[in-house]
Design a protein around this ligand. Structure first.
Ligand code: NAD
Length: 488
């Protein structure tokens, strides 16, 4: 049966919205309706609606990229309904049809409709999952990239806006003219201090376009920080077939996700917000401790497992973590080295959080790739792992495992595995890093003397000694034996 508003009442194989969608109105406009938004924010709003709350906070999705035309078509054919398949490690699924998105606008078709929607008083939040690149920051300077062709075009005096920045600033300008308060801009992208980054991007763009508007945004607009977490892989063709076979639902774009979900949100809104706390969102004054916990436990653990895992011959994340030696290594890294560097995290049982992480990584239904975790390490290691090492050096605490993780990256970047097979290194600094790694055997600190990545860490004798010991062991004994020694 095709999934549409008309067939909803006939679906009895999975849960469907128990609320009357015709009674909903939009309070949120969301840019970047991809897998993650549909597994996360839209699911939280759906949960509120199912409890009889937030009927004036339904979502209008917006796509700005040409590639979003497919989402436009699917949303139109399915009345914005889709199936969310929560996949448990034992192979069972919790599946429901989500009804919280009630409208979808494709900006290239009608930019003014998008602007007018956001300029209407009913819209009080504009939220974003437009990927890390969607904030238009230069990776090298950290500054807003004014030379981006889309931005350049949107900055022309009579431009018809096409970027997120152009569209949202045009809507804010209309609201200012009409004497309406600005909406809250709520980033849900996986970026540290995502609210601050969003504030900086949007006000920088506005300043270039209309300085008075920029001042108004600076003074009046809220940009809450948030920490978001739910592993949501891309939808595979197999999932579409499986949803049809298991449930008799023809859904062109269902969403697969894991059982775990977390959203920690700073309580800073210009025009109110849905009662997110009633759906399990942690609404807090300060997101930073949660962010640190996630980056140093979840994200750094991904780096802890990926190079050693690859060198041991694993290609899928769950296979690595189902290996007891790896689970022990990850827990030891988290307990002994990462945890002492965290801030107190209110309301979180860290021991439970860490064990849950191991379970999440070991979920075979998610099928995450080790090579995906190894990609762009020069962006990841400095943000997630090196801060742990620096803090432990200050505390005079243990760094053996963290230094070994760095050594495993240096060994991986030699681009040849233990069987002599080539490794495909995906990293924007590949041209610098691979030649440095190839000097590992004759000049064991060459890799970590790269100051762009490591700063002055190579000046620390304790770090160098631990790092060189692990690197030598990787060369002499291999990854498996090195790992066993580390957890012995
Ligand atoms: P996706 O590819 O399914 O969707 C991304 C959406 O962003 C698409 O609609 C795309 O058109 C849009 N987009 C991309 N670049 C843009 C730009 N420059 N301007 C405007 N729109 C743009 O990806 P996803 O899985 O939904 O992930 C999106 C983001 O969500 C991630 O980049 C990350 O920041 C965050 N996130 C994802 C996960 C996950 O597991 N997938 C987990 C936590 C956070």
């Amino acid at each position: 049966m095709k999934l549409t508003a008309g067939t909803l009442a006939d679906i009895d194989t999975v849960a469907t919205p128990n609320y009357d969608r015709s009674k909903l109105s939009c309070g949120i406009v969301h840019f970047g309706v991809g897998g993650f938004h549909r597994a996360h924010q839209a699911m939280y709003v759906d949960a509120l609606l199912a409890q009889g709350e937030a009927f004036d906070w339904a979502i209008c999705g917006v796509g700005v990229m040409k590639s979003d035309a497919r989402m436009r078509d699917v949303m139109a054919e399915q009345d914005c309904l889709y199936t969310l398949a929560v996949r448990h490690a034992d192979g069972t699924w919790d599946t429901r049809v989500i009804g919280s998105i009630i409208e979808y606008l494709f900006a290239p078709d009608d930019p003014d409709a998008v602007i007018e929607k956001m300029a209407s008083p009913e819209i009080r939040i504009v939220s974003l999952t437009v990927t890390e690149g969607g904030y238009n920051f230069s990776a090298t300077t950290g500054e807003f990239d004014e030379t981006d062709p889309g931005v350049v075009a949107d900055l022309q005096p009579d431009a018809v806006p096409a970027t997120t920045f152009g569209l949202i600033c045009a809507a804010l300008s209309r609201r200012k003219e009409r004497g309406l308060e600005p909406f809250t801009i709520m980033s849900c992208d996986n970026i540290q201090e995502n609210g601050h980054i969003a504030r900086s991007s949007f006000t920088t763009f506005a300043r270039l376009k209309d300085p008075a508007l920029a001042e108004w945004i600076e003074a009046k607009c809220a940009f809450p920080n948030s920490m978001v977490d739910r592993i949501t892989p891309a939808t595979s063709p197999e999932l579409i077939d499986e949803v049809a076979e298991r449930f008799g639902i023809e859904d062109q774009w269902p969403v697969p996700t894991e059982p775990f979900t977390q959203w920690v949100l700073e309580d800073h809104f210009t025009l109110g917000r849905p009662p997110f706390q009633d759906a399990g969102v942690q609404v807090v004054d300060e997101v930073a401790p949660y962010e640190l916990m996630k980056l140093r436990l979840l994200n750094a653990s991904h780096q802890a497992l990926c190079y050693f895992g690859y060198l041991c011959g694993y290609r899928l994340v769950h296979e690595v973590v189902q290996d007891p030696a790896f689970a022990a290594f990850l827990l030891a890294y988290m307990d002994d080295e990462a945890t002492p560097t965290l801030l107190p995290v209110p309301g979180v049982d860290l021991a439970e959080y860490k064990h849950t992480l191991i379970e999440r990584f070991a979920n075979p239904e998610i099928r995450d790739n080790v090579s995906r975790l190894c990609a762009e390490s020069s962006d990841r290691i400095p943000k997630w792992l090196l801060p742990v090492i620096r803090r432990q050096l200050e505390l005079d605490g243990p760094i053996t495992l963290s230094a070994a993780i760095v050594a495993s990256w240096a060994r991986y970047d030699e681009a040849i595995d233990e069987e002599g097979e080539p490794i495909e290194i995906v990293d924007r600094l590949k041209a610098t890093l691979v030649p440095l790694a190839l000097r590992n055997r004759t000049d064991p600190t060459a890799f970590i003397r790269n100051q762009d990545v490591f700063g002055d860490l190579a000046d620390d004798e304790r770090f160098v000694a631990e790092y060189v010991a692990a690197l030598n062991s990787l060369h002499a004994n291999g990854a498996r034996a090195t790992l066993q020694n580390l957890i012995a």
